[in-house]
Design a protein around this ligand. Structure first.
Ligand code: PNW
Length: 482
């Protein structure tokens, strides 16, 4: 009898959650079905010149009709959890008033099918699809939007709380506020830095109110939190102007959210840095108390680090793929330059840098020692294609995932409480301003037929999910050290 060899690789804790993630507008399609009305992304994508190739989410991957097949694919992959988002304009089309039965039924059936296949549903309430009527009434820069969001949260929890036990309020409020209202490269496409700061505050307030509405409508064992795209900001050198630029970008990207949500105050330096634009008088007495709600974990999305220098503008805003936007997403930081970190890049032009994820996780443990972490998104876009044999070989994506999972493993060994990992994304999908030109999926989607083909990375990830072991080319604990 041959000796059974232990797999060469990094073993994760047996309780670790392996998942995949998507978002409603990026995959569902069926934009006008069953009472759904336009969100800001429908309006934006239908505006000529906003999204590459004029792509819209009208059909997307047609997940609204193919959801059963998509759950079957996940069951084949053997993942233990699925993070999806609820389409606000499907559930509450005008952003106000009673819910739409058919909209809720779609998510009920989806959750039931997931549970049936032993896949835990993780629901995000807001992945950027604000009902257009609420934007017409002023959108996130207006306080009333936070109230509407909390009402929607309550309705969703009431309807789905018996099935869905893990809830995320907002996905990446930085993108909603600063790409949506300052640089304008996301919906609704406004370019007003003060509106963006107001939006950030009302997203924070909406989060706090929504957490309360969720708790009031969910069983006591429900897990509730938020997902932030915490930027791992590095100064280009030890020069004090570069170090100060990194501090300011860290405040505008990260602490503007973690401050009120987790520390109970807006950072003093942020208020000072932006004083030329606003006195923050839109923050009312009692707001911080509402925003700072106990959270069961923190959702973290990571793709690439942010490398900055200060002193004088050398390039336009963009280690983040938005380098050619005419308006900055960074209020009152016009002298900060963004640089591409060294090394290889993905199809987004984003640097592949797993050490950034390791450093970020260690930083979060230092800042919030008691808060468990969930990596709610990580992944990469590459130029995938179906070969004549009908296969999609994506070794670059496998290498990206190996490197980043090795970094997660190293962080766990260093004592960081990381509970799970959600690969972005289950499917190729509508990549916002890039339309369908960027493919993040573990599963290839042919447009417009919608035919699904699992990529080599999907089979690789299935092994990881089944065994809890990540095989890496050089499986030493130092593999991710830069
Ligand atoms: C995230 N940036 O988007 C989103 O949560 C996903 O919906 C998206 O598909 C994924 O990451 C890949 O892009 C981001 O410019 C979009 O810094 C832009 C930025 C960050 C995240």
């Amino acid at each position: 009898m041959p000796q059974t060899e232990a797999p060469a690789g990094l073993t994760f804790p047996s309780s670790f959650t392996w998942g995949t993630a998507t978002a409603a507008y990026q995959i569902e399609g069926a934009a006008t079905l069953d009472g759904r009305t336009p969100s800001i992304w429908d309006t934006y994508s239908r505006t000529p010149g906003k999204v590459r190739n004029g792509d819209t989410g009208d059909i997307a991957t047609d997940h609204y009709h193919r959801w059963r097949e998509d759950v079957a694919i996940m069951a084949d992959l053997g993942v233990g959890a699925y993070r999806f988002s609820l389409g606000w304009p499907r559930i509450q089309p005008t952003g106000r008033g009673p819910s739409v039965q058919k909209g809720l039924d779609f998510y009920r059936r989806l959750a039931d099918e997931l549970l049936e296949k032993n896949i835990q549903p993780v629901a995000t309430l807001y992945h950027w699809d604000l009902p257009q009527e609420l934007e017409d009434a002023g959108g996130w820069p207006e306080r009333a939007t936070a109230e509407r969001f909390a009402e929607y949260a309550g309705l969703a929890a009431e309807a789905l709380g018996d099935r869905v036990r893990t809830w995320i309020t907002l996905n990446e409020p930085w993108c909603s506020a600063f790409l949506g209202y300052a640089s304008g490269v996301h919906a609704p496409g406004r370019t007003d830095p003060v509106a963006a700061l107001r939006a950030a505050h009302h997203l924070n307030l909406g989060h706090g109110k929504a957490v309360q509405a969720l708790r009031a409508n969910l069983p006591a064992d429900a897990q509730v939190s938020v997902t932030l795209n915490i930027h791992h900001v590095r100064p280009r050198s030890g020069d004090e102007r570069d170090v100060d630029a990194a501090r300011r970008i860290d405040a505008l990207a990260n602490r503007v959210f973690t401050g009120p949500m987790l520390d109970g105050a807006y950072p003093e330096d942020l208020l000072r840095d932006t004083a030329s634009l606003t006195d923050w008088s839109f923050v009312q007495d009692g707001d911080i108390k509402e925003i700072r709600q106990p959270l069961d974990f923190l959702g973290v999305n990571y793709y690439t680090p942010t490398l900055v220098s200060g002193g004088a503008r050398e390039s336009s805003h963009g280690s983040d793929g938005h380098g050619n936007s005419a308006h900055s997403p960074w209020p009152a930081a016009d002298d900060v330059s963004f640089h591409l970190p060294p090394g290889s890049t993905t199809a987004m032009g984003w640097a592949v840098d797993p050490t950034g994820l390791y450093d970020l996780l260690l930083r979060l443990k230092g800042d919030f020692p008691k808060l468990p972490l969930l990596i709610t998104e990580n992944g990469a876009a590459f130029d995938d294609y179906v070969n004549p044999q009908g296969e999609v070989n994506d070794p670059d994506r496998i290498a990206y995932l190996q490197g980043h999972l090795a970094a997660v493993h190293r962080a766990i060994e260093a004592g960081v409480d990381v509970r799970g990992y959600f690969l972005w994304s289950l499917l190729d999908n509508f990549e916002w301003g890039y339309g369908y030109s960027k493919r993040f999926g573990a599963v290839y989607v042919d447009y417009p037929t919608g035919k699904r083909t699992p990529k080599a990375s999907a089979r690789w990830y299935a092994d990881v999910a089944r065994t809890g072991v990540v095989t890496v080319p050089d499986a030493t604990p130092d593999a991710t050290k830069g």
